[in-house]
Ligand binder design. Sequence first.
Ligand SMILES: Cc1cc2nc3c(=O)[nH]c(=O)nc-3n(C[C@H](O)[C@H](O)[C@H](O)COP(=O)(O)O)c2cc1C
Length: 278
Amino acid sequence: MGNKAGLLKADKEKCKKDGICAAECPMAIIEMNHGEGYPRLIPGTEPVCLRCGHCIAVCPHGALQHASIPMERCPTIIKDLNINHEQAVQFLRSRRSVRIFREKPVEKEKVAELIEIARYAPTAGNRQMVNWLVITDRDKIHQLAERTVDWMRFILEKGPEAARAPYFPAIVNAWDKGLDRILRNAPVLLVAHAPKEALNGMVDLTLSLSYLELAAPTMGLGTCWAGLLRGAILSRPQIKEALGLPESHPHHYPMMLGYNKLRYYRLPERKPPKIVWA
Ligand SMILES: Cc1cc2nc3c(=O)[nH]c(=O)nc-3n(C[C@H](O)[C@H](O)[C@H](O)COP(=O)(O)O)c2cc1C
């Protein structure tokens, strides 16, 4: 092994001193121009290292080890598992907001597996500060939907004109007929949340939820962003409290999860993108 100090160790047998790791390092804290020319962290820069693992991921020779990234948790990329462009386009376009769930509860291991996948979404500065609240108590989910309807009724009766969404009456009427158009009788409600110290917390958790929603169909599961509940949470701090979200976590978004009852046969069209080529 190369330099003894620091987080990064280069295997002298394998390292070709090509400097790829140094070029790749987002913090520019790997140097090649000392001693025998093997890569090392510039002394004193350990606290700056993002622990993103790019140095070990990009090394074609498998020559680097990082003290805080266990190699046994960094599998080699299997080329045969890569999807081609056409597959990627269909995969991304076929993601759907699922609103009709099977009665079947979702196994705890499956929820855990989805959250496990979601943690590979990018986070600003690789800070990985997204937390998860998993609600499987159907009564609690129903109560949250009910509190959302209460809030919608209030908006319809007393809210300012702008807040009165045209689709609120139909959703409230459906509720009165016993139909949950808020949380769709989902067996699971996930809430991704992040502390105020996570400066890009909302972006981070949105990306995590997006990863989760993309992975869900591969397990027969479907998701839907719970925007109505989110509106109610923002307007009524008691709902946030009832959810058990820490006060110090201002970033949060709820998402429904359950087994998808239906399947889709077509990829619906969307508006053309608005682009300025400058
Ligand atoms: C931030 C956000 C909030 C949403 N909130 C709700 C919601 O409260 N209820 C609902 O049925 N769908 C909700 N949706 C789903 C959108 O209506 C859906 O993404 C859109 O109609 C396009 O359909 P697709 O997701 O199947 O492509 C939400 C989506 C997003 C991104």
